[in-house]
Design a protein around this ligand. Structure first.
Ligand code: CMP
Length: 139
């Protein structure tokens, strides 16, 4: 099935100047960038995006990190895009991420972990609409 998923290149990876290297991983895996914009998230935007984590102990640090500098936000399209992007990213904690994954190669810590990717079809839809509106959901 051709799907769309929401991806964010986080402030740590933008600061490291590896947007292009990460985009190449998406493209080389057959994922197409169908929407993209750079943004400096406000506290309200970051809190809204991560609302599902609002009761977690790491929520405050997560919002602080995600607003600490510009992020690159994109919708990716391709066959099994949601799972494929999660394979490319590797485990949430870079220390546990498989060799050759984005987080193993570019991330430092569970907070500064280079990328976000939607974890399922429902969150993918919600997250794409959050940043790009209904039109970016595709056909
Ligand atoms: P992300 O996929 O963007 O979703 C929520 C983020 O919270 C996650 O990546 C991590 O960067 C961050 N985070 C910090 N601590 C934890 C934790 N213990 N479990 C899950 N996510 C965490």
């Amino acid at each position: 099935t051709v799907e769309r998923t929401l991806s964010i290149i986080k402030p740590d990876a933008v600061a490291k100047n590896v947007i292009g290297k990460i985009y190449s991983r998406f493209e080389d895996a057959g994922l197409r960038i169908v929407a993209a914009r750079m943004a400096q998230l406000s506290q309200a935007e970051a809190e809204g995006f991560y609302a599902v984590h609002s009761e977690r102990p790491f929520f405050k640090d997560l919002v602080a990190f995600m607003t600490s500098g510009p992020v690159m936000i994109q919708a990716l399209e391709g066959e099994n895009a949601i799972a494929r992007n999660r394979e490319l990213m590797g485990a949430t904690n870079p220390q546990e991420a498989a060799p050759g994954t984005i987080r193993a190669d570019f991330a430092e810590s569970i907070d500064a972990n280079a990328v976000h990717g939607s974890d399922g079809p429902d969150t993918a839809r919600t997250e794409i609409v959050y940043f790009f509106g209904e039109d970016a959901l595709g056909a």
